[in-house]
Structures are given as C-alpha cells and as structure tokens.
Design a binder for this molecule. Structure first.
Ligand code: ME8
Length: 515
C-alpha cells in the first residue's frame, strides 16, 4: 500500500486562527482525503508553533504565563479545525515532551557530525518574522511585513554550517529531485542560492522561552530550527519511531510563499546534515489579501473562520476559500463575493441539482407501491431504474482530468471540474425534460434518471475531499453505505448504482442566502 505524508506549517499561537491559516489547512485536508479515498495510507500533520520571543512577548502582553497562553491559543486552532472537519492524524505542539525529545536528538546528531560551531554575531532581528534581516530587506528602516524597526542583537550563538550544502541543494532543486512548486517559486529559490547565503544561527542566548540546547543549557534552540523539526518529531522521531519509519520523507510540505526560504533551503540542509531523506515536494501557495488589504490585527480585517462557518456552514467555507483563485497564485478574497458564489455554485448549483434529481427519482420511480403491498403505508423514496451507459466514457474522461488536477495540486481546477460536471447535468435535465418524458417516453425516462442519479454519485465522490459532509449526505440519499471503504477504481467506474437501490429526497444541502 503506498503512503502519503502531508504537512501544513505549524501556526504561531500569538495570532488567532484566521482564514489564511484555514486556507492552507483546508487544502492539506483535501489532498489527504483524496489520497485516503484512493486507498493510500495517509498521515496528515498540523500543529502549533509555541516558542520564541514573539509568543513570549504576546503572553506577557496578555498578562499570562507563556504555557497557559499557548494552551489557550493552541486550543483555538484545534477547535476551528474540528469545526472545519479537518481530519489530521496528529496535532503537534512544540511545547510537548515528544517534540522536545526529537529536537534534542536532531541537535545532538548535528553536533556529533561536527556541523555546529559557536560564533559572536551582531545582526538586525525582526521579532514579528522571528528572523535576522539585512539592511537591504528593510523599507525606510522598517521590516516591510511588520512595519517595525528591527532590534540590534549581539549574541554568542551556535551556528550551523549551512553554506557547505548550497552546491548540493542547487543541484537537487535544479534537477527536480527536490521539487519546489509552483515553477516560479523554484526559480526564486535558485535565485536566492545564486545570490549567496551565509551560515545561520541555530540558538538564541537572550531568549528564555524555548527548548534548551541539549549540550548547553544557557541557550535555547532558535524557534525556526525547532519548528522545522516538527515535521519529523510529529512522526515520533526521537521517541517511538514507527510512524517516522513508515511515513518519512514527506510527500508534500504545504505553506504560503512567506516561509518558503525556511522550507526550501534551511530544512533540506538540516536533513542532509543528519543523513535523512528530503521531502519530495515543497509547495508554496499564494498569499491572499482581503478586499485588497493584507490581513492584519492592526487593520482589523482578519476574517475568523468561525464567523464564516456560522453563516455558511463548514463545507461551504472549505469550497469557497479554495475557489477564490488559482492554487499557487496570490489573490484577493472579496468578503462580499463569498455569498454570491455560495448561491451560484452551491445553493443553485450542487444543492439544486441533487434535490431536483432525487425528487424526480422519487416521483417517477417511487417504491411506494411495493411498500404499500407490504402494508407500510406512506414510506417515501424512489428506486434506481435500469442501468444506462451513455456517459460512461465521458465521465471516465472527467475522472482523468480530476486525478491529474489532484496530482498536480491544482485545487482550483478540481473545483472547476466539479462545476463543469454540475453544469453538464443541469443542461442534460433541460435538454431531456424528464417531466415531459414521463408522459411521452417512459423508456427514455428510465435512461435519463439513471444517468442523472449516477452523475450525482460521481459528483458526490468528486466533492468528497472538498465537502465531506455534503458528499456523505448525497451518498446516503443514493442508498450507498460503506463506500469510503470500497476500492477506488471500482468506485469511480460508471454504473456503480445498482437498479432497485432505494434513493431518498434530500433536505436542502445549501439553503439559499437571501442577503
Ligand atoms: O510562519 N494567505 O506561522 P504563521 C495565505 N510558525 N496563507 C496564509 C495567510 C494569507 N494571508 N496568512 C497565513 C509561521 N497563511 C511559522 C511556521 S512551520 C515549520 C513554522 C498561512 O502562523 C500560510 O500557510 O505565521 C503561511 O505560510 C502560514 O499561515 C504562516 O503561519
């Protein structure tokens, strides 16, 4: 059985979960669910990044002990992921014992390999970014992302001999052994290597909220270095390593472009240093703005996923966020357009199609006669009529496109394919007019209703990774049980609905929004 290991970044607990975090996590969940549906063994890791001066400072501002502050804020991420139906296999917290153990093992290996040295360092540090910045990166003396002046830091730190790995990284990235996607991001990373990079510090002397360096407890591990290690400690590295042995290397690390350099260069170099295999794909999706503005606490335009879930439901939020712009490109989320898209694609689209088709199956192929004969008056429902294969090839072709889009992480394409299949079924209904066939051509009606029910089954399978709850409801309405355990190839073959299966009308899957 093939395996699939997917990760999101671990999010800083100084911030509330917002739809930027939700975007990455939903995308990872979609890919994880799709690979599970295909029968692969999947491990999906997410979590929270809880150490460092930024988190420590936020805890102080909130008047809380750092651990209590982390507990409270990490729980907010876990709660919203639950509400969004995120089926992660593990939630890693960097303040956990197992993470600390794994980090200690990793650092000892670096030290034993002679890849760490001490040096005095003076540099500019942006706490918002939790990284050293150069004069060149500043705009008007301020960090362009946090609009704050970085502080001058003078410390004696441990450094990692990063520089010596650059020629190897250049080769691995260039020849695609370490895939950086989308392609323009690969070029950016190659450009960074060619510009020249220096060894980086892996410890902090003045920071107290962190994991102590195992061989020098006067320093803590630099927050970014231990954060990257979550991708192995989340699998038990340094403790019970059975998951680590089964799932490492990662099949894909997912993130936005803001933290690509850490993932595409620092992390692979650390892995090379301890002799671990490299992740297969590093995918940096775009960064989005809200109505043209960067999401930030100061601007007060952060969208809390909880508010959207309250208004639209979790499946709709998953669908709407992913359908905003190409996965990988930057874009603007227009809060006002979410409701419009909800009505167009979900209420009038998938919701309307399924309830219409199920209602027709019930009306024209009611099993009431049979039920009455058994003395069960009033039992409603329809039956799947005899099979027809008119769209067998066409739907196989659509599945091919769908699988290619998933393979290439084109999640917006996945949505587009779902839209097309929905539109195709709508136009088939309009062309065939089953309500007229019911009077004029019962044989053709059998074919049309079978085709529509079967298309809805395929639609439910295709939307499952994106909208799992709605997909399960549709499958239940189609009389399908245990389908998640079935063989994927069989599942996506045309003709899975067996004649005689009882189907029931659905409640409104996506009630129309009036305002
Ligand atoms: O960087 N658009 O954590 P973080 C799209 N702890 N994605 C966005 C977004 C936006 N406007 N805002 C946030 C950190 N994201 C580190 C990571 S990993 C070893 C350590 C998402 O809380 C996106 O995935 O700042 C981005 O990379 C991540 O949140 C940054 O989360």
């Amino acid at each position: 059985m093939s395996k699939f290991y997917i990760t999101t970044p671990i999010y800083y607990v100084n911030d509330q979960p917002h739809i930027g975090h939700a975007y990455t996590t939903i995308a990872a969940d979609v890919l994880a669910r799709y690979h599970r549906l295909k029968g692969e063994e999947v491990f999906f890791l997410t979590g929270t990044d809880e150490h460092g001066s930024k988190v420590f400072g936020s805890a102080q501002e909130a008047g809380q002990e750092p651990q209590a502050f982390c507990d409270e804020n990490s729980a907010k991420f876990q709660m919203v992921w639950d509400r969004l139906n995120i089926a992660n296999d593990y939630f890693l917290r960097t303040t956990s014992i197992e993470h600390k153990k794994g980090v200690a093992k990793f650092l000892n290996e670096l030290k034993d390999a002679g890849l760490i040295y001490q040096s005095d360092y003076t540099g500019l540090y942006c706490t918002g970014c939790e990284k050293f910045v150069t004069e060149k990166e500043l705009v008007g003396g301020l960090c362009p992302d946090h609009k704050k002046e970085p502080e001058v830091l003078k410390e004696r730190n441990y450094f990692f001999k990063f520089n010596q790995y650059l020629p190897k990284l250049l080769k691995l990235i260039d020849n695609g052994e370490l895939k950086i996607l989308p392609a323009n991001k690969k070029n950016e990373v190659l450009g960074l290597i060619k510009q020249g990079l220096t060894d980086f510090s892996i410890s902090r002397e003045s920071v107290k909220w962190g994991i102590k360096i195992p061989f020098d407890d006067s320093q803590v591990v630099y927050v970014w270095v231990e954060a990257l290690m979550n991708y192995v400690t989340g699998l038990g590295y340094g403790g019970d390593e059975s998951n680590f042995n089964k799932f490492w290397p990662a099949d894909i690390h997912l993130m936005a472009k803001d933290i690509l350099k850490f993932h595409a260069l620092y992390w692979p170099a650390l892995l090379l240093a301890v002799g671990l295999p490299l992740p297969k794909v590093i995918f940096a999706h775009g960064f989005f703005t809200i109505d043209g503005e960067k999401m930030s606490k100061t601007l007060g335009n952060i969208i809390d996923p909880n508010v959207l879930i309250d208004e639209l439901g979790s499946d709709a939020v998953r669908y709407l966020l992913l359908s905003q712009f190409p996965f990988g490109a930057d874009g603007d989320v227009k809060a006002s357009s979410l409701a419009i898209l909800y009505n167009a694609d979900l209420a009038n689209g998938i919701g309307n199609l399924t309830s219409r088709v199920l209602a027709m199956a019930e009306k024209y192929f009611s099993d009431r006669g049979k039920s009455q004969a058994r003395g069960r008056q009033g039992v409603s429902g329809g039956q799947v009529p005899a099979k027809d294969f008119e769209f067998s090839d066409e739907v196989a072709g659509i599945w091919h496109q769908y699988q290619t889009a998933m393979k290439n992480f084109q999640l917006d394409q996945v949505i587009e394919i779902i839209r097309k299949l929905n539109a195709f079924a709508d136009s088939y209904v309009e062309r065939q007019k089953p309500w007229e066939l019911a009077k004029s051509d019962p044989d053709q009606l059998v074919k049309v209703i079978y085709n529509l029910l079967e298309i809805i089954r395929h639609l439910a399978l295709m939307i499952y990774p994106v909208m799992p709850t709605v997909a399960e409801k549709i499958m239940t309405n189609l009389g399908q049980a245990d389908w998640l355990e079935r063989d994927f190839k069989e599942l996506i073959d045309w003709g899975g609905l067996e004649p005689g299966t009882k189907v029931t009308k659905s409640e409104a899957l996506f009630p129309r929004l009036e305002k």
